[in-house]
Design a protein around this ligand. Structure first.
Ligand SMILES: [Zn+2]
Length: 106
């Protein structure tokens, strides 16, 4: 899939580095502290929430507070390189809509 090559490696490295820095912030600790996956709204202990990019870095997403959300491991593994919009559509087609679908497109 060609989109995997659309963001150069230096940019990806830079965004991953920014994500690592954000992981140390009080903001991120607060996000995790809510104990809920952004995507499925499942209750998830803070230590099991992972940092996920709504628009993946390889798809041109940035490591900003707007683009980063806490996700449970299941959601993180399943979403992979999909844009959130694409994943929402896919899940709806499968008859198991995402809990965040109503407000994700705001
Ligand atoms: Zn989830």
């Amino acid at each position: 899939m060609s989109f995997l090559n659309s963001v150069d490696e230096a940019t990806q490295r830079k965004e991953k580095e920014k994500a690592r820095e954000l992981r140390q912030t009080a903001w991120w600790k607060g996000q995790k502290g809510m104990g809920r996956c952004f995507y499925c709204h499942g209750k998830t202990p803070a230590d099991q929430l992972t940092m996920d990019h709504k628009v993946p870095i390889v798809r041109g997403g940035k490591s900003t507070k707007k683009n980063i959300v806490p996700a449970c491991k299941d959601c993180n593994n399943e979403k992979k390189f999909l844009l959130l919009d694409e994943w929402i559509v896919q899940r709806e087609a499968e008859g198991r809509p995402l809990a965040c679908a109503g407000k994700a497109l705001e």
